[in-house]
Design a protein around this ligand. Sequence first.
Ligand code: TNX
Length: 481
Amino acid sequence: MPVLPLVPLPASVRPGSDAFRLRDGAGDDLERAGVRFERADDGAPESYRIVVDEASALVTAPDDAGLFYGRQTLRRLVDSDERGAFLPALEIDDAPRFAYRGAMLDVARHFFPLDVICGYIDRIAALKLNHLHLHLTDDQGWRIALSSRPELAVRASGSAALGDEGGFYSAEDYAAIVAYAADRFVTIVPEIDVPSHTHAIGLAYPELAADPVLADSVRETVREFGGDLPERGRPYTGFAVGFSSLRTDDERTYDFVADVFGELARMTPGPFLHLGGDEALGTERADYDAFIRRTVAIIAATGKRPIAWHEAGAVPDLPALLVAQYWGYVSDAGDAGGAARAVAEAGGSVILSPADAIYLDMKPEGAAPVGLVWADGPTSVAASYDWDPADTVPGLGESSILGVEAALWTETVRTAADIDFLAFPRIAAAAEIAWSPRSLDGAAGSRSWESFRERVGALGPHWAAEGIAFHRSSEIPWADA
Ligand code: TNX
């Protein structure tokens, strides 16, 4: 059997003998081409089974998501020869390793219009990712219109990194994104980053913002990347982080937090609201702890489950429902690991986004025209693949891991082509790690780098046909179209 372009690798693939010939002229319509899709009585959530032989092609699944994933797999299997289109004979039994398989897109540093977001949803859904985390706010801009706080969209959305144009999603835009995603079994996870990364909020509601704290690290970033130092009341367009803070000692701040997360909860059908909580370098430790505890409680009161970057995990006495998003390293978990572990020990769970592996904004190679390098970058495709969630944070077992998320920050990312270049092919590594059974020392049917690079190479022509401007990494044996 030739290399099948299947990423993520299904849990089990058994080749058969005679191909199923697809009915002519059906194009992408698998049903019209003769494939049957049927509900199974039981099976794990999102699982599916495919049986193809000479006489029939049948997909069965216990739920609609499973049927959708079976369809994604079949789309990759359609092949053709001199007799026309066919599906190779095989049996596939497949189910995800983790329930949460995510991608994060930062629409705050740069704003991306609806068509780009929908294109990204198509791309991630084809890789069987099922959550899109939108980083909706940061120092450089606020990207969502809220009727409870109308000044945000009016005064805080016009700017972006590098002095580029900003923008925001109206309530209708956001509803359209949620619906488009839901049709592809993708849940939107909105993030409002507090108490830091909040400079833009001060443009709309100055009374809520503390003065920027110009630590040495902020001056250093400005020296390295240029731009102005952050200044109260002026849009910020540079790359520095951690200088801004909400006024954590002012009750008006908590009214704001309740308005914003309350409205977002009503606009968001998914179970999660992300409160950021990262890099609050300008917030005193005790103030940070108290702020996070109150914000977590405010979100819990909306009925949603709070997610925060791992820093929040170090806050004492957090409720068990918190999800921590780990962005430390694979190579050394250090304090970040401790914070993630604390959340697990309190009964919460962890999403793994190790920065030295699946921060997609790290340059894929030194000469890349976009991207950053701070997380031990450049990050090769092999480095993005060669890790396992259960081995990343010592003491953090598989049962405490909700899943895996590949993050794309957009300080340097201005276009849809930039997104594709940085995300592909490394996002496929994250998708496989999130979905496929872990490598058991190369055991048959488990994932391995050697098999992955061949399968990604075989996917290249599919991506090209779909208009994905992927990075033609020299690590991958790309197939010709
Ligand atoms: C760190 S990772 C950040 C972001 C930056 C990113 C750039 C994290 C939770 N915060 O604010 O955009 O680095 O790679």
